[in-house]
Each structure stands twice: as C-alpha cells, then as structure tokens.
Ligand binder design. Structure first.
Ligand code: CAO
Length: 441
C-alpha cells in the first residue's frame, strides 16, 4: 500500500524567500532518497533540496522563479507504506488525501535528511572558476551529474539566469556529443571520422583551408566511413601494445620460389602470405589466447582458425576471411586469397567472405616499409603486421652472413594477453618461419 507524503522546504538557515532556480524532477517521476528535487539560490549560494524518501512525485507545488522559505510545500510524494516504527514521529494522517487508497503523511524533508542537506548547513559556492579563470555557475547537484558523466562544465553553455548550467544543459550536451552534433563557438567539438566528440578534449581544429590555397573536397567512400568508424572504436576501446620481431625467412623464400618454379603456370602460386597464414595458425594453436575474444569478463577461446587479411582496394580497406586455414594446404589458401583479393577490389565480397575471423594479418610486404602498429580487428584480440623483407648481414657467431629478414609487428589486447605471451608468440612464429619444414608437420 502507498501513501502520500508532503515534502517541505527544510531549515535553510536564516534565508527567507529564496528563489527556486531549478526544478530537477517532474510529475510521475520516481525519486530516490537524497535525490535533489529543486535548487534554490540565495545571493551567496545555491542549495539542493533533496527527497526525504524514495517514491513517485505526484504533484509538484513549485516552479522556477518561485520564492520559497522554510516550510513551503514542494511536492506530494507517493511512497510505499512504511511499517509503523518507520513512520516519522511528525507524521500525521490527513483526511484530504486526493487518492482514495493513499494516505497522507506529513514529513519535513529535513528530518530524514540525506547527505545533500549538508549543503544547507554549509552552502557550497555555486560559481567556481574554470582553468581558464572563467566563472561557471551550476548547482551542487548539476556539478555532481557532470562529475559522474566526466563532463567539464567549462564546455557547456548554461541556459539559466547568469548563464547558469542546469541539469537539462548537461544532459543536452551529452546527447549532442554522443550524436556528434555538438557545436561550440562555431567549432565542431573534437571528433574523429565517426563524428563522435570526446568530452574533456579540446575542440577539433576548424581551419579555413581555402584561406591558404585552393583545395578539393571529396566525400569519404562508403568503405572508408564504415572501416574508419570500426578502426576508431577499436583504437579507443582496446589497450593495444605492439611487439616487433625479425623472422629469418631465407630458407622459406628459397623453398617458395623453388616450389613455384615447378608449378603449373595456370595455377595459383604459393605466396608468402599463404605461408604466414599457416605459420600463424601453428602459433595460435600453441597460444590459444591469441585466437580468442573478450566478452564481458569471459574469454571465448575459438577452436577454429579463420584468418582475415587486409586488402587495399581503390575504395579503402577490406578484410576478407579465409576459413578453416588449419584444414587447408598452402596452395588452396593462396588460391582462395587470390580470388578473395580480386573480389574485394571489384567490390564483390559477400557478407560471409568477411565474417567469422579469429585473427588477422595485415601485410604491407608487397608495398614496402618495415614495422608498424596494426589496429586490432575487434572482437579479435591480436593482429599480425607484416613488413617488406630485406637482406641484412647477420652475425652467425663466426661471421656476418646475408639473410632475408622479415619484419613482423604483432598488436595485442592487453586485457587478454600479457607482454611475455606476446614475446613467446612472436619467437615461436619466427622459429616456424625460419625452419619451413616445421610448417609441414
Ligand atoms: N616482403 C617482400 N616482398 C613481398 C612481401 C614481403 N613481406 N610480401 C609480398 N612480397 C612480394 C611478393 O613476393 C610479390 O613479388 P613478385 O611480384 O616479385 O612476385 C609481390 O610482393 C606481391 O605479392 P603478392 O602478390 O603475394 O601479394 P601479397 O601477398 O603481398 O599481398 C594483399 C596481397 C591482398 C595483402 C595485398 O595486395 C594488399 O592489399 N596489401 C595491402 C594490405 C594493407 O593495406 N594493409 C594495411 C592495413 S592498415 O591500413
């Protein structure tokens, strides 16, 4: 059973006829004990008046601009029937209850006053300077909401008197930032390709490029818009670390060239990337956490080996997947990669061609460069970057000898993988590549 409780302005010290500057709740809204109902302002401070107990606001009795003093009725609160011992002593039943089933009790907000009443006894200064020295006006409750949302009040334009920042202002700011629509002083807030701003960061610089010379504007391709949004999320949300490794592929490359020479010209040739896929699967099998996904507080280990590979297309980056690499030979893998790459460049990949990956390889070897920091392809937890191999003089203990060295860069998710495991993974992978016979085992 429920009852109606009257909520009054509590003892607010010597202040009388103070102005209501914010009403933080609405009719039919559920409130928790201690939740601010209204904010009143004196010439020295602003104070939150809290709800005395949990309940539903049935009828608000004050509006912004009203002048209130101690004892003024703020709202009727529908609360659950308290056990007799829990009913405040001051409570008295009144027959005027508007709802037949409801009982009315009278209780002053000050009595069971939760923590915010402290602001009545020790009013907090409502205007605090920002780091730039500018004064920001906001009530303690608004400051609390802003703190909880990690929003800097200095970035919000207040809509209240004296540019006071209200709860609605904070909520509107967060909504706008989340939808990427925020504009401040004519500048878009820090936003990356996704258009999502980041509270607490400086606004994104907006430059009138035409002022410095002629420019041409082109819209991002559809692929770039999609892959950019994914890359941005992954970069921001995954704690990346990248370990670099050198693999001696002298024998592997000799073997590859030799096999391809005897191969039917019409058929696909073994590529280094196909061999790398095989070697990666061996390492993934040995270190299963690299072939997993993080779901909440659980690691999902996959007993399949579907390896994605980044393909550079005229419209942007796509990542087709070779499924069940562990069950396929290198020729079949090379052939499948070749067909997937062609379809990727023609924009003809199907959904399935790009789904289910458990690990990704991004090779820039055919283009150039050594080490880089590939971005993990979520929800995977690791990605292998491959640079261009080059002949280096390597000391073999007696003399310097020419060896073909392949630069590798493994990025991994530090929530799932530790540096030691990444070091072992790379060492194992490099050993596999150095002794190609082991790939056949
Ligand atoms: N080191 C030196 N040479 C290499 C090499 C390496 N790591 N990898 C390949 N090559 C050589 C090959 O031997 C081949 O040489 P020849 O033409 O003389 O035979 C040439 O580069 C092309 O190799 P390939 O046909 O086997 O192609 P590939 O396997 O290197 O690449 C693919 C295939 C799809 C990965 C590539 O076309 C591509 O799109 N790469 C870019 C991927 C990318 O953009 N990654 C970055 C993502 S983050 O933005």
């Amino acid at each position: 059973m429920s009852m109606l409780q009257e909520v009054f302005v509590p003892n607010i010290g010597d202040f009388k006829e103070v102005e209501v500057i914010e009403v933080l709740v609405a009719d039919n809204e559920h409130v928790e004990p201690g939740q601010s109902l209204i904010v009143v302002e004196t010439d020295k401070a602003s104070m939150d008046i809290p709800a005395p107990s949990a309940g539903t606001i049935k009828s608000l009795k004050v509006a912004v601009g009203d002048k209130v003093s101690e004892g003024k009725l703020i709202a009727m609160l529908q609360v659950a029937q308290a056990a007799p011992s829990e009913v405040p002593e001051a409570a008295t039943a009144t027959p005027e209850a508007s709802e037949a089933s409801a009982q009315l009790i009278q209780a002053q907000a000050a009595e069971p006053a939760p923590s915010p009443v402290t602001s009545v006894v020790q009013p907090k200064v409502e205007a605090a300077p920002t780091t730039s020295g500018q004064l920001v006006f906001a009530s303690p409750s608004v400051r609390k909401i802003a703190r909880e949302l990690n929003v800097s009040l200095a970035e919000i334009k207040g809509s209240g008197p004296r540019s006071r920042i209200t709860k609605d202002d904070v909520q509107r700011y967060v909504r706008e930032v989340m939808s990427g629509e925020f504009q401040a002083k004519g500048q878009k807030v820090a936003q990356a390709s996704t258009g999502v701003g980041m509270p607490g960061l400086l606004p994104w610089p907006e430059v009138d490029f035409e002022k410095f010379g002629p420019v041409e504007r082109r819209e991002l391709s559809r692929i770039k818009k999609i892959s950019g949004a994914n890359l941005h999320r992954n970069w921001v949300m995954i704690p990346h670390v990248t370990n670099h490794e050198d693999a001696d592929i002298t024998e592997l490359e000799q073997f590859r060239v030799q096999v391809n020479q005897g191969q039917d010209k019409a058929k696909a040739k073994i590529t280094l990337l196909a061999l790398l896929m095989k070697a990666s699967v061996a390492a993934l099998n040995k270190f299963p956490e690299f072939n997993s996904s993080l779901v909440g507080e659980e690691i999902v280990f996959k007993n399949y080996y579907h390896i994605g590979f980044a393909v550079d297309t005229p419209n942007g980056l796509v990542v087709p997947v070779v499924h069940d690499v562990d069950k396929k030979g290198v020729f079949a893998i090379a052939e499948e990669m070749s067909s997937l790459s062609i379809r990727a460049r023609e924009g003809k990949l199907s959904g399935r061609d790009m789904q289910g990956g458990s690990f990704t390889i991004s090779s820039l070897g055919g283009i150039g460069g050594t080490y880089f920091t590939p971005i993990i392809n979520a929800p995977e937890v690791a990605i292998l970057g491959v640079g261009k191999s080059s002949t280096r003089v390597v000391w073999n203990g007696k003399e310097g000898v020419p060896r073909l060295i392949l630069p590798l860069s493994l990025s991994w998710d530090h929530r799932v993988i530790d540096g030691a495991a990444a070091g072992r993974f790379n060492a194992y992978l490099a050993n596999m590549l150095a002794d190609c016979r082991r790939l056949l085992l």
